[in-house]
Design a protein around this ligand. Structure first.
Ligand SMILES: Nc1ncnc2c1ncn2[C@@H]1O[C@H](COP(=O)(O)OP(=O)(O)OP(=O)(O)O)[C@@H](O)[C@H]1O
Ligand SMILES: [Mg+2]
Length: 259
């Protein structure tokens, strides 16, 4: 089981020091395919390539708030978001944050092996006023994670609130974060992704190798325009530069895999 440790003190600023710390059990890392922490794990290698490509793209758009989406479910968004956030956090002294904004099918808490009482949906609904009560810092790292608790309805309404805009501005200006990743729902599932991305700096599109079609990719890009697409991650692709897990990254060459 993962274990919480409460911080000695809290403050109003959104700083990693104000978050509870979380020790991740080895079994949690193994069972949930959290590979980014271990430099000796060959499966962490593709995430190093991803983080560098990703950092360059963020610099191009002068922004650090990035959503991760796919056309349809189960493409690997949450798995990739978590491991990419871990990998990014290892090359900067500034905080990196991961926010679960897939409010209907939130999964990050489960992947970390925790059952929080509050999630980001409580902050958006105004029932929790303090983001520091929601986030957890992975012990020994500069990664802060804000989980969500699943809710069945009115998620788009929560994302259309002033509270959402205020939260995004807070991450942008008040945290010194080098990157804030948002795990989003599939774009075709509902309008949550379109609404969320309206306030972010860009998105990464996860393409499920052999499943996502070229037409779906083009439709997603049209739906999410004008938010910049920072690139695609070709997940579960076997061939080319990858390992047995199979992921690749590119900004424009995905089309050839579907011809
Ligand atoms: N490249 C991969 N290799 C092995 N397992 C993977 C890979 N990508 C994803 N998975 C596994 O596939 C399952 C679905 O992935 P994940 O939950 O990340 O998808 P998702 O796109 O977030 O789904 P949803 O649309 O439901 O949010 C998870 O068990 C995840 O660990
Ligand atoms: Mg997910």
């Amino acid at each position: 089981m993962s274990e919480y440790v409460s911080p000695a003190h809290r403050s109003d600023k959104l700083s990693l020091d104000d978050l509870q710390t979380l020790d991740l059990a080895t079994s949690t890392l193994r069972e949930n395919r959290i590979v980014g922490f271990d430099n000796n794990d060959i499966r962490a290698r593709p995430f190093k390539l991803l983080r560098t490509s990703f950092a360059k793209k963020m610099a191009e758009v002068s922004g650090c708030l990035v959503g991760i989406t796919s056309a349809t479910p189960a493409a690997g968004k949450s798995f990739l978001s978590l491991n990419l956030a871990i990998s990014l956090s290892k090359v900067t002294e500034d905080p990196v944050f991961l926010v679960d904004l897939d409010l209907r099918r939130a999964s990050i808490a489960e992947e970390l092996g925790i059952s929080p009482e509050l999630g980001i949906e409580s902050y958006l609904a105004g029932t929790c006023q303090d983001l520091a009560e929601i986030g957890v810092r992975i012990n020994g790292t500069n990664l802060g994670v804000f989980p969500a608790i699943r809710r069945k309805r009115n998620t788009a309404e929560l994302l259309a609130t002033e509270q959402y805009s205020e939260m995004i501005e807070r991450f942008r200006t008040n945290t010194r974060a080098s990157a804030v990743l948002f795990d989003l729902p599939p774009t075709f599932a509902n309008d949550d992704t379109m609404i969320s991305l309206g306030k972010l700096d860009g998105y990464i599109l996860v393409v499920d190798s052999g499943k996502t079609t070229k037409r779906q990719v083009l439709e997603v890009m049209a739906m999410l325009d004008p938010t910049p697409c920072l690139g695609t991650i070709l997940n579960r692709y076997h061939g080319g530069f990858n390992d047995s897990y199979g992921y690749g990254y590119g900004s424009s060459n995905y089309g050839r895999y579907y011809e």
